[in-house]
Design a protein around this ligand. Structure first.
Ligand SMILES: [Zn+2]
Length: 359
């Protein structure tokens, strides 16, 4: 057997090949595995050495496996002893991709672009500053009156389930003309499936400070100078707020299977600003409306943010704008669940008529 690395949504891991299979050592805190194994026997075993924090996440989600690289399914994993997880694989064709996240990287984004570029009412835009860029899919024409909806995934690029949701949103709006034109009568829809691709091959903090300290990219919305891809999106969003034309802004993350629900929330307070009265009622009703038919969906209005500088904290604190986040679960669901999540979220957004309380 031999192993190919270097997909852009995983990191290299130490491994050992023995008679019965392959053992990957994921213990140095790096939970991301994404490799192609070639020249395999028909049946063999994958062993994963994992730290305590990763056990439940991988057991509940399973190993993500694909024969041809286009469809990933989940294979059950057993804990055979403390810190050692195993999965038995049957392989035809001598080649199999195994991963601990449903892989989504630049390759998946390229596929999406090629599959959808011909859509008549869609526009693919490259936001670019200096040497950094982020592709954004726009649906609909701005007439100065329409709202602007933003779906922003891949802020944490290793949270690939979120990118799969955004990917499917693009596919739905590209292929379902009736549904998308109804939505686009009232709004322009902007979707960024992979906001921060530069972090794709790293497992932890996406960015480092000048001193080499890791920093949390998604929490740079409030920084004086965020990484360019965050800065570029922030400029657009704050312009939409200034014109009172922001509809929904939803950041799409994934806590993998750490939590059994897909959690959608907004926050009630940030800085000097707080939601009260009618606006708080609207926020509560809106999170409930947004989560309808989302598999494993749950929603709430949190009192405040869990980490400063995230989009909904910064936008409420500085601009008094209500924005949202979903953490997509990988518990008991894979690509089909992410697709259903995308469809339900879009249908729910289309159904909500009042966005006047956003800003
Ligand atoms: Zn995240």
């Amino acid at each position: 057997m031999n192993i190919l690395w270097d997909f852009d949504s995983g990191v290299s891991q130490p491994f050992q090949i023995s008679d019965g299979g392959i053992t990957f050592d994921l213990r140095p805190g790096q939970k991301i595995l994404n490799v192609l194994i070639q020249n395999t026997p028909e049946h063999f075993r994958i062993n994963l050495l994992v730290d305590e924090k990763s056990v439940k996440f991988i057991l509940d989600q399973g190993l993500c496996v694909s024969g041809d690289g286009s469809v990933f399914r989940s294979v059950p994993v057993q804990e055979v002893e403390k810190g050692l997880l195993s999965a038995d694989l049957s392989v035809s064709g001598g080649e199999i991709r195994v991963a601990t996240r449903y892989p989504y990287g630049r390759d998946a984004l390229d596929q999406l672009i090629c599959d959808t570029y011909h859509t008549p009412h869609a526009n693919l835009r490259l936001l670019r500053r200096s040497h950094r860029m982020v592709p954004v899919f726009d649906f609909g024409q701005d007439d100065g009156q329409k709202l602007h909806h933003y779906f922003i995934a891949g802020e944490d690029s290793w949270e690939t389930a979120g990118s799969w949701v955004a990917d499917e949103m693009v596919r739905i709006l590209s292929s379902d003309a009736k549904f998308s034109s109804a939505l686009m009568e009232k709004a322009v829809v902007h979707i960024a499936p992979l906001t921060s691709p530069y972090s794709a091959t790293k497992s932890g903090a996406s960015y480092t400070t000048l001193e080499g300290k890791g920093m949390y990219g998604a929490a740079t919305w409030g920084d004086d100078s965020p990484p360019p891809e965050y800065a570029l999106l922030r400029e657009e969003v704050t312009q939409a707020i200034a014109k009172k034309k922001l509809g929904i802004l939803l950041t799409i993350h994934s806590w993998q299977s750490q939590n059994e629900s897909s959690g959608l929330e907004t926050i009630r307070t940030s800085g000097e600003n707080e939601l009260t009265g009618d606006r708080l009622d609207w926020a509560s009703k809106t999170v409930q409306a947004l989560i309808q038919n989302v598999p494993h969906g749950k929603s709430h209005v949190a009192e405040r943010i869990w980490h400063p500088g995230l989009a909904r904290d910064y936008l409420l604190g500085k601009y008094n704008a209500v924005t949202f986040r979903i953490e997509v679960t990988t518990y008991n669901q894979g690509i089909d669940g992410f697709r259903q999540t995308a469809r339900s979220l879009l249908e729910n957004v289309a159904r909500i008529s009042d966005w006047s309380q956003v800003c």
